[in-house]
Write a new protein. Structure first.
Length: 137
């Protein structure tokens, strides 16, 4: 799995990741009972203008959350800090993740946050989670 696939899973992990890594290094991972949030999680990647062929760099990013929110997290990938501003610095710029009691609620939270974040040329898929929602009837 790549980072955009892993990030919603990491949002669900309740056990300290460092504890899991240390147990794995000690050959004792089988002795750890990892705890998980059982709610639904989803991630929406915000990509730079020109992605994937030639992503544009240097566009200022606004609307990033300034406080921690319990059910959402924005993972930085292709970002950089320039003169106290966060700017695009790669193709997959951010991954907006959310948890909800239903897939629809997680999806709504993720897309609301994705829409609140802005940079020139921002692009993202608008169909994340829709196949799973269609299967549920």
């Amino acid at each position: 799995m790549g980072d955009p696939e892993t990030q919603p899973i990491m949002l669900r992990l309740k056990t300290d990741l460092a504890d899991l890594i240390l147990a794995a290094l000690d050959g004792k991972l089988d002795q750890i009972d990892a705890q998980w949030d059982h709610r639904m999680a989803i991630g929406v990647v915000l990509a730079a203008a020109g992605y994937p062929d030639s992503p544009r760099k240097g566009d200022a990013i606004t609307g990033l959350p300034t406080t921690t929110q319990a059910d959402t997290h924005v993972f930085h990938a292709g970002t950089a800090k320039v003169n106290d501003k966060i700017v695009t610095a790669g193709g997959r710029v951010l991954c907006v993740t959310a948890i909800g009691t239903t897939l629809r609620s997680a999806q709504d939270k993720a897309y609301a946050l994705a829409q609140a974040i802005n940079f020139d040329g921002k692009q993202y898929r608008s169909d994340i989670g829709y196949r799973a929602l269609a299967r549920k009837g």
